[in-house]
Structures are given as C-alpha cells and as structure tokens.
Design a protein around this ligand. Structure first.
Ligand code: HEM
Length: 180
C-alpha cells in the first residue's frame, strides 16, 4: 500500500486525537517500519489494519467506523492534492464511474506496485448507480467512506446501500447508490 495512505492517516489521527495518540498506536503495533512512512514508499497494507485496530482500542470507536471516516476524509484531501482528476466529472456518479477506468489507471502508471481494487459500475436508471467492489484487501468500508466523501464533495443527496458478497478468493461488496 502506498505511503500516502499511511501519512494521511497519521495526519487525521493527529488532528482528531492529538500527537500522543499517533505515538501510542505506533507503540502498540509491531511494525516493520517502526511507524516511519514516506508518501511515495510502498508498505504492507496489513500495517494499516494493525494501526486502525490499535486506534480502535484506544478510542473505543469500532474499526469499521474509523476506516469509513478515514475514506471520507481522504476524498477531500484527494480533491486538494490531485485537482486534475476533478476537472472532467460533473457529478458524483460521473466521478465514481471514472475511478476504475481513469483515476486508478493513472495511479497504476505512476506506481506500478500499487494494489488497486476493481470497480464495475452500471447505471440502472438515471437515479441509480451500482458499483461492485472487488479486492484482495479487506477495504470495502474504506471504499464506502470514499464514496460518501465524493457525494458530499458534489453536494448531492444520494443514499448508499451495500451488501457483502465475499468469496474465498476475493473481498467483494455491491454498493447501490440512489439519488433521492
Ligand atoms: C482522486 C481520487 C482517487 C485517487 C487519487 C486514488 C488513489 C488511490 C491510491 C494511491 C491507492 C493506494 C493503492 C496502494 O497503495 O497500493 C488507492 C486505493 C484504494 N482506492 Fe483509490 N483513489 C481515488 C479515488 C477512489 C474512490 C472514489 C474510491 C471508491 C469508490 C477508491 C477506492 C479505493 C480503495 C477501496 C482502495 C484500497 C485498496 C483496495 O481496496 O484494494 N479510490 N486509491
């Protein structure tokens, strides 16, 4: 997993809970990196799961909620850090449809070692977008948070329903986004 995902996570933890919390969760985890990440490095995604687990223990907030919150926050950071991805899409649905075929393709060109999920999108009707997440990593809650961040960014009123459809080989969740 790219270091930016770790560095942004530490920044959010510091903002929400303070610097001591960052030190506490690093101390709690046995990390190959000892908690030193650079934005362009590549690290084992399991370290992020350990850090979120430690944060959950210290904050008494469920892991699921923390990962979702982090995804939501990261979306607005992406809009600041990578504004070029925001030039074309005019709506949340258009943006989300561009993730798999445009954004993550660019990410993969920049960082060939990135481990990206797959998204299949279908417009069921003009109010409904189906988005199917598939990955080797268990980050569907993170995807959910990113989607919610996207909807808020475009100031739209869209409800997200989701259902897990994991298999032995793959983490998978089907998201149904409905405009109200
Ligand atoms: C400007 C927008 C975006 C950028 C620049 C971006 C970039 C990235 C990067 C750099 C990673 C880390 C890959 C790695 O470390 O190996 C990642 C992972 C991920 N991205 Fe995106 N992303 C964007 C939008 C989104 C959106 C809107 C979603 C959800 C619909 C999404 C879903 C995910 C998920 C779930 C992962 C974790 C890896 C996994 O589950 O397999 N991304 N993305």
């Amino acid at each position: 997993m790219k270091g930016i995902v770790f560095t942004e996570f530490f920044q959010l933890v510091e903002t929400l809970f303070g610097t001591d919390m960052v030190d506490d969760i690093i101390d709690d985890c046995e990390l190959e990196t000892d908690g030193a990440y650079t934005a362009v490095g590549t690290y084992n995604h399991v370290e992020l799961l350990h850090l979120v687990g430690a944060l959950s223990k210290h904050s008494n907030i469920p892991v699921k909620d923390l990962v979702y919150k982090y995804g939501h926050h990261l979306f607005s950071r992406f809009s600041e850090l990578m504004p070029h991805f925001f030039e074309e899409p005019q709506s949340a649905f258009e943006f989300l449809e561009s993730v798999h075929d445009t954004i993550h393709v660019e990410v993969k060109k920049l960082y060939p070692e990135a481990n990206l999920p797959s998204f299949k999108t279908t417009r069921e009707d003009d109010k409904t977008l189906i988005m199917v997440y598939e990955s080797q990593c268990p980050f569907a809650d993170f995807a959910h948070g990113l989607m919610a961040g996207c909807i808020d960014f475009y100031k739209e009123d869209i409800e997200i329903d989701s259902e897990d459809q994991n298999t032995d080989e793959m983490y998978s969740r089907i998201f149904t986004l409905k405009k109200k």
